[in-house]
Design a protein around this ligand. Structure first.
Ligand code: C2G
Length: 153
């Protein structure tokens, strides 16, 4: 039984997250995912749309995921690797090299998976913001048109 471990925020769950979890799971027989708590995200300078409870629920419902644990500190990785007897630590290559030290510390393999291009939670947030701005502009345009009509009465 090969155990794989990865971590992430997984906010506004998207295809990039799914592809990462699918490939991570294919490296072994069970996949454990450390989902960042809201407090830890604050430390990372991130604020999620969905709460930790909701993000953990969504990640846990993914068929590639066998167990979700809270991620509340940078230091917990080597403890988690020992606690869950992890064989492989993996994460997207936007973190390349950042966790190599875990293999020296724990003996587990460390591998980075290529990120899915052209999709990110930040992009999803900007797209939603754009939709809101467009809607607001059209409403303001309509109000302005109505005001002109009233002025002509
Ligand atoms: N990811 C990906 N392709 C994307 C977006 C994300 O493969 N287009 C991967 C990331 O590389 C990461 C995982 O999906 O492995 C989760 O991404 P985030 O939610 O952005 O996680 P992050 O905030 O980077 O947290 O201790 C490590 C941190 O918890 C990582």
């Amino acid at each position: 039984m090969k155990t794989v471990l990865t971590y992430g925020t997984f906010d506004l769950f998207h295809a990039g997250h799914i592809r990462l979890l699918k490939r991570a799971r294919s490296l072994g027989d069970r996949l454990i995912v450390g989902c960042s708590t809201d407090e830890f995200n604050a430390l990372k300078g991130k604020q999620s749309v969905f709460s930790y409870e909701d993000r953990a629920l969504i990640v846990g419902a993914c068929k590639f995921v066998d167990l979700v644990i809270p991620e509340s500190s940078w230091q917990q990785k080597s403890d988690d690797i020992r606690k869950y007897d992890v064989d492989i630590f993996t994460i997207g290559d936007d973190w390349i090299g950042k966790f190599d030290h875990l293999s020296e510390e724990t003996g587990c393999a460390v591998t980075y998976l290529t990120r899915t291009p052209d999709i990110s939670t930040t992009d999803v947030k900007s797209a939603i913001q754009q939709l809101c701005d467009d809607k607001k502009r059209s409403i303001l345009g309509a109000v302005d048109h109505l005001r002109q009509c009233v002025d002509r009465l």
